[in-house]
Design a protein around this ligand. Structure first.
Ligand SMILES: Nc1ncnc2c1ncn2[C@@H]1O[C@H](COP(=O)(O)OP(=O)(O)OP(=O)(O)O)[C@@H](O)[C@H]1O
Ligand SMILES: [Mg+2]
Length: 341
């Protein structure tokens, strides 16, 4: 959260860029910023001499306080949460499907960690992601509790729509709104108050097409995107626009898009990433993996050095499979000279 002190030391240009709505505030207070963009708020307010202050009835102390209050009000009105500074996520044990207490006590995941969730179909992988998304407090079937920075999180996070704690890419995604791809991204960009909207939109569509097979454009209606294309769009949108410190991914592999590329795009610096997967390559790309059995966390394993060597081989095999897939998709006959992995 921005404080009054940090606000004072920001340049006017930075304040306007971060909080575009402050322009109205300055205008209403008859403060002309032209040419002062590189001055800090404190310096700008200092330049008024006694006379100007008297003549225009400027109250410097009050302006600082009012601007600070105005930013907070606008952010909460717009439903925007500022950088939440999430350093860790902790899962406190709950129970499995038979009501048995899980065998671990607590698991803490830190910034920049990638965690895979593995286990048979129906074992409860998506459920665990759901618990995190809901920031469960013993109020889901698993009775798990989720802590953020070691504390029970503010429930506002559950319902805030724009700058969410968690960005989730779920297993099933269906668009119901009547929008084009361009309108969809624009809407999201607007709600995030990005300045360079056109640039961001172009970047997202490019990244999405990089992941998907058949290209689509800004004019394509979202309802006519294929499963893989909508998934690619959501991944690119999340990677580029979302500021959520926690990213949850459910089954990228089923979407027929390039999984490794998608993961690399999503795993921004400073994020906590959890992904449910049946894919060995993705599972081994993670630092740790949670093994789910009968609805409960049965094991937490660190990826070993030996496994990282296996991963190298797997990546080669994946490259062969991708090549084969591309040929099949393009209607080619498959040749017999694929390199042995
Ligand atoms: N600890 C638990 N207690 C009660 N119900 C649970 C528990 N864990 C999971 N479930 C329920 O079990 C069902 C299957 O779980 P889930 O959908 O998470 O499986 P999954 O591992 O994601 O499977 P898939 O690999 O097919 O996606 C869900 O209805 C879920 O709510
Ligand atoms: Mg699932």
């Amino acid at each position: 959260m921005i404080t009054k002190e940090t606000l004072k030391h920001k340049t006017l240009g930075a304040i306007l860029a971060e909080y575009p709505f402050t322009l109205t505030f300055f205008e209403n207070n008859k403060l002309h910023l032209d040419g002062h963009e590189s001055s800090t708020l404190a310096d700008y307010l200092q330049q008024f001499d006694e006379e100007a202050i008297e003549n225009w009835a400027i109250d410097i102390e009050k302006i600082e306080g009012d601007l600070f209050a105005y930013i907070h009000q606008m952010l909460s009105f717009l439903g925007i949460k500022e950088e939440t500074g999430v350093d860790s996520l902790t899962i406190l044990a709950g129970q499995d499907k038979s009501g048995q207490k899980e065998t671990f006590e607590s698991l803490t995941i830190r910034k920049s960690d990638i965690i895979a969730i593995v286990g048979p179909t129906g074992s409860g992988k998506s459920r665990l992601l759901g618990d995190i998304e809901w920031t469960a407090n013993a109020d889901t079937p698993t009775r798990r509790t989720i802590l953020i920075n070691g504390e029970l999180p503010d429930k506002k996070w559950r319902f805030s729509s724009s700058n969410k704690l968690v960005a989730q890419l779920s297993q099933n995604m269906n668009f119901v709104m009547d929008l084009t791809v361009g309108e969809f991204i624009e809407l999201h960009a607007k709600s995030r108050l990005v300045e360079n909207e056109a640039e961001v939109i172009a970047k997202i569509i490019e990244a999405a097409n990089h992941l998907a097979g058949e290209k689509f454009s800004l004019e394509t209606p979202v309802t006519s995107l294929s499963g893989g294309q909508s998934r690619a769009l959501m991944i690119a949108d999340t990677a580029i626009l979302s500021t959520s410190p926690i990213v949850l991914i459910d089954e990228i592999e089923n979407a027929g898009i390039d999984r490794q590329k998608a993961l690399k795009l999503l795993v921004g610096e400073e994020k906590i990433v959890l992904m449910a997967t049946h894919d060995p390559t993705l599972a081994l790309m993670a630092d740790k993996r949670i093994v789910i059995k009968n609805g409960g966390i049965a094991k937490i394993l660190e990826t070993t050095t030996e496994e990282k060597t296996v991963l190298k081989k797997l990546e080669k095999m994946d490259a062969v499979i991708r090549e084969l897939r591309a040929d099949l998709r393009a209607g080619e006959h498959v040749k017999g000279d694929y390199e042995d992995a």
